[in-house]
Design a protein around this ligand. Structure first.
Ligand SMILES: Cc1cc2nc3c(=O)[nH]c(=O)nc-3n(C[C@H](O)[C@H](O)[C@H](O)COP(=O)(O)O)c2cc1C
Length: 223
């Protein structure tokens, strides 16, 4: 059964928490899809210190904190909806720390996230406060992990963008146009996960037949 994981990068219960859950509800309208939700709120997430132990030992990050539960959820998911409040025209430091700490996935589980599907939501207190630059940071995470990026259906282009006027969930809900982009993104992810999950098993078989490895030609030479 395909799973879509929603992640909120906000340290509080507010607009992002609300918008990610609305997008998940929209995605869950597709038959057989289940959703999970994880927030950085109240979580212990250390910064990556570039100790390179993950590279030397080919392991996930040795630091034992709340990133471990996120690791598991990410590896089990077929699709992602990641939302962040805009902080200084970017994503939050907490979400950036999560992305940094998940980096060893490409080493330890090569190909595991390839052709999964991801969408992004950014919520700013200002109408044009850097939502698109924040979206790009989330999209870059998907690109790094070979996840297919979905912008949304019906004029969302690069994802959900909301003007909250710093009004937490109610502020987001009052931005009708913004919430339409969030729902459009949820629909796009639901649809894309449903379609791609049909082909995944077939591809696993075909891959063996074709002798296509998981690491890929560039990765083989990268490290
Ligand atoms: C440190 C900090 C930086 C912020 N920077 C921006 C910004 O660059 N652009 C913007 O539109 N809003 C900015 N905001 C406002 C938040 O993005 C906005 O209130 C958002 O809706 C909060 O989402 P939340 O309720 O999910 O936490 C900033 C807020 C904080 C605390």
């Amino acid at each position: 059964m395909p799973v879509i994981l929603g992640i909120s990068g906000s340290p509080r219960k507010g607009a992002t928490d609300y918008a990610v859950q609305v997008a998940l509800e929209e995605a869950a309208r597709f038959p057989g899809i289940t959703t999970r939700y994880w927030s950085v709120r109240s979580k212990k997430i250390a910064f990556c210190t570039h100790c390179d132990r993950c590279i030397r030992e080919k392991t996930m990050c040795h630091v034992q904190d709340d990133i471990k539960e996120l690791e598991e959820l990410v590896l089990e998911a077929d699709g992602f909806i990641i939302g962040s409040p805009v902080y200084d025209m970017n994503i939050t430091a907490q979400l950036a720390a999560c992305f940094n700490r998940l980096r060893p996935i490409f080493l330890v589980h090569p190909g595991k996230l390839r052709n999964k599907v991801g969408g992004a939501i950014a919520l700013g207190g200002t109408r044009h406060g850097g939502q698109e630059t924040a979206l790009q940071a989330i999209i870059n995470f998907y690109l790094m992990h070979e996840i297919l990026v979905c912008g949304g259906i019906g004029g969302c282009y690069s994802g959900g963008t909301v003007w909250t006027r710093d009004g937490k969930a109610q502020g987001a809900a009052e931005d009708e146009v913004g919430m339409a982009t969030v729902r459009g993104l949820g629909r796009a992810i639901g649809e894309a996960v449903w379609i791609t999950s049909m082909g995944r098993e077939l591809w696993e078989e075909k891959k063996q037949e074709l002798g296509v490895g998981d690491a890929g030609p560039v990765r083989d030479h990268a490290i």
